[in-house]
Write a protein that binds this ligand. Structure first.
Ligand SMILES: Cc1cc2nc3c(=O)[nH]c(=O)nc-3n(C[C@H](O)[C@H](O)[C@H](O)COP(=O)(O)OP(=O)(O)OC[C@H]3O[C@@H](n4cnc5c(N)ncnc54)[C@H](O)[C@@H]3O)c2cc1C
Ligand SMILES: *[C@@H]1O[C@H](CO)[C@@H](O)[C@H](O)[C@H]1NC(C)=O
Ligand SMILES: *[C@@H]1O[C@H](CO)[C@@H](O)[C@H](O)[C@H]1NC(C)=O
Ligand SMILES: *[C@@H]1O[C@H](CO)[C@@H](O)[C@H](O)[C@H]1NC(C)=O
Ligand SMILES: *[C@@H]1O[C@H](CO)[C@@H](O)[C@H](O)[C@H]1NC(C)=O
Ligand SMILES: *[C@@H]1O[C@H](CO)[C@@H](O)[C@H](O)[C@H]1NC(C)=O
Length: 553
């Protein structure tokens, strides 16, 4: 099959390819679609490409397949995933894999990663983790969860693994248009790369945003790196996307920068092995709990010999600076030089009302309605959608809520408000972020009011569908009351689970827990058990860490 495709491609003059008659496209189409997909019996009425098989891509794929058969039976839904399996960030490096900057690894996952949120709060609705899963499982449980989800809902036939979307260009015509997409497929190490070029009506971007490292720029960095101390290994500055094993930092003096999940995890894991660990954080933030790392303010600049902090203090003997400084919102396949759909400009002076194209300033992609639908003058809202952009949110449930509104808007574009209404909605969202003292173009897709805003956001998407008759109104909110409650009790639950661990009682708590309701009940009982204990043992409350940090930087 692959060879047929290659042959066909090699016979085609590339320049004329896009205006091939439909019949030729079908030849190509049949030649590459996953073997187990039954080609639609008739010409597809709609073709949809999803990019990415992490939580976001799987969530929207399921939501589309959930549409009534009568609506979607002639749709063609194809998901492209560049890696060897589904799971996104939860899928580890391939065996023996190692990359050095500037190349970026496939995932930021490190072997000792455990979730920092209780898994029942992370789930797609009605699909709990398997019985016996510890409340804060390791990455492998989360990976398997995604694999199981894809298998259980029969998503796999739509998923093309080892398929990298290289570019997607929007060709507008007759008030609508289509996507010209190029995909590179690698079917095995010894096989040649296969180039697929074809068109789609809709593009759904679910490519994740924990991939392109954000580097702070400090004066003096070059000199500091070039002047390692005598008898010590070469100094290094390493972003958390490259962090894997704490052993690499044994006996070294390390500064961890940042107080998000990655900064905290690196500090916790390295501290027992390192000579000394400092954590450089902003005034309002906390150092990693259960450690004795020394807090430092943000770094001001470096000299050949030292690191100087904003309070003027100086450290001379540092061997490594580890950056938990987060990621940039980039989408290469939509941006120059591959495409001109997304303008990438950190210093852009455009805003949501003035932008001529979709724009990313590396922290924020705008203008988008509800973080999902393109409001750029160049691409219609249902032609280009994004899943998984919101930050500070439980991804799977949010991805599925977003997926539902996308699915229904693809089925019926009139479901969406008018372009002007959507743009006004966005501008008032940005104003409200400003009114709360934040810069909307810096905070970007962060839901700055935390869990309440994150839950309300998901409810509002689904309520909208109910109000407009797209899905039946069962009188319930999308975010279940137990999920709301347990997210707000997250720090308490983490302390409870740790205490249960010290008492050797975790297995007892997990015994017999199977259904979503039972998991919800388990969290409620655990929280109560911990609250009572903390009330009677205030001096013993293990950790002073008061707020969970949802930011995976
Ligand atoms: C270190 C770390 C720890 C985390 N811990 C937690 C936690 O404890 N709890 C929690 O709820 N969340 C956690 N998260 C957040 C996590 O990122 C989300 O939960 C979620 O898994 C993100 O899913 P996604 O699908 O949006 O992105 P990703 O998981 O990044 O998936 C995107 C997929 O798109 C693919 N892709 C990208 N570009 C292309 C292309 N051009 N062509 C084809 N495929 C492409 C990628 O290969 C990838 O598989 C953590 C994140 C990180 C980085
Ligand atoms: C994907 O690529 C990997 C590594 O080259 C290979 O082992 C695997 O068989 C490929 N999978 C598919 C579905 O082509
Ligand atoms: C810092 O180190 C660089 C390169 O090692 C050297 O060229 C430079 O002169 C040094 N600067 C100072 C102020 O010592
Ligand atoms: C760290 O130092 C200790 C004590 O000096 C030594 O025993 C150990 O081997 C060192 N570890 C590494 C990885 O260098
Ligand atoms: C966008 O920028 C223009 C021009 O600088 C300005 O007049 C307008 O108020 C801005 N709009 C928003 C919503 O920030
Ligand atoms: C599409 O949505 C609009 C607005 O909600 C509605 O009036 C119309 O009936 C819907 N069309 C179909 C075919 O469902």
């Amino acid at each position: 099959m692959v060879n047929v495709l290659q042959l066909v491609l090699s016979l085609l003059p590339l320049s004329g390819f896009w205006d091939r008659p439909q019949s030729t496209l079908n030849v190509l189409h049949d030649a590459f679609v996953h073997d187990s997909v039954e080609p639609p019996p008739t010409e597809p009425t709609k073709s949809i490409a999803i990019v990415g098989a992490g939580s976001a891509g799987l969530g929207v794929l399921k939501a589309i397949l959930d549409l009534p058969e009568s609506i979607r039976e002639d749709w063609e839904v194809v998901l492209y995933e560049q890696r060897r399996a589904v799971g996104g960030v939860w899928l580890p490096d391939p065996p023996g894999y190692h990359v050095e900057p500037p190349e970026v690894p496939e995932t930021p996952l490190y072997p000792r990663l455990h979730t920092n949120t209780p898994h029942p709060t992370m789930t797609y609705p009605h699909f709990p983790f398997p019985p016996g899963t510890p409340l804060y499982p390791d990455w492998e449980a989360v990976l398997n969860y995604h694999v199981d989800f894809a298998a259980h809902y029969n998503l796999t036939p739509h998923i093309n693994l080892n398929h990298t979307v290289v570019f997607a260009k929007w060709h507008a015509h007759d008030g609508t248009g289509d996507w010209h997409v190029e995909v590179h497929a690698q079917h095995g190490e010894d096989e040649d790369e296969v180039v697929i070029r074809r068109t789609f009506d809709h593009l759904i971007v679910a490519n994740g945003h924990n991939h392109y490292p954000h580097y702070p720029t400090w004066d003096g960095t070059k000199g500091w790196l070039a002047n390692s101390q005598q008898g010590k290994p070469a100094r290094q500055i390493l972003h958390s996307v490259y962090y894997r094993e704490p052993e690499k930092f044994a006996n070294l003096s390390v500064i961890v920068v940042g107080s998000g999940a990655s900064g905290r995890d690196m500090a916790q894991q390295i501290e027992p092995l390192a000579r000394v660990v400092y954590q450089s954080i902003r005034e309002t933030k906390e150092t990693a709990p259960d450690t004795t790392v020394t807090p430092k303010p943000p770094i001001a600049y470096l000299t050949n010999y030292s690191v100087i902090f904003e309070d003027g203090t100086e450290l001379f003997d540092i061997d490594a600076i580890l950056l938990g400084t987060g990621y940039e919102f980039r989408i290469p396949f939509l941006s120059s030089p591959q495409s001109s759909v997304l303008l990438t400009d950190p210093a852009t002076s455009f805003n949501s009302s003035t932008a001529q194209t979709l724009t990313t300033n590396l922290r924020y992609i705008f203008p988008l309605y509800q973080h999902i639908f393109s409001l750029a003058p160049t691409v219609p809202p249902t032609a280009l959608t994004f899943i998984g952009l919101p930050v500070l949110i439980a991804n799977c449930p949010s991805d599925f809520a977003q997926g539902q509104i996308v699915a229904h808007a693809l089925a019926n574009a009139s479901l969406l408000p008018s372009h002007d209404e959507m743009l006004n909605d966005l501008i008032s969202r940005e104003r409200s972020v400003s009114a709360r003292g934040y810069d909307p173009y810096y905070e970007g897709h962060r839901l700055v009011d935390g869990d309440t805003e994150a839950q309300d956001y998901q409810d509002s998407l689904v309520d909208y569908l109910k109000k407009n008759g797209a899905i039946p109104d069962d009188g319930r909110k999308y975010v279940e009351p137990w999920r709301r409650a347990s997210r707000s009790q997250a720090p308490l639950l983490l302390r409870a689970w740790k205490r249960a661990g010290k008492l050797g009682e975790q297995e007892r708590w997990l015994a017999g827990i199977e259904t979503e309701d039972e998991w919800a009940d388990l969290m409620a009982r655990l929280a109560e058990w911990q609250r009572e204990w903390e009330n009677t043992h205030p001096a013993l409350v293990a950790s002073t860490y008061s707020s969970p940090e949802w930011l995976y930087e």
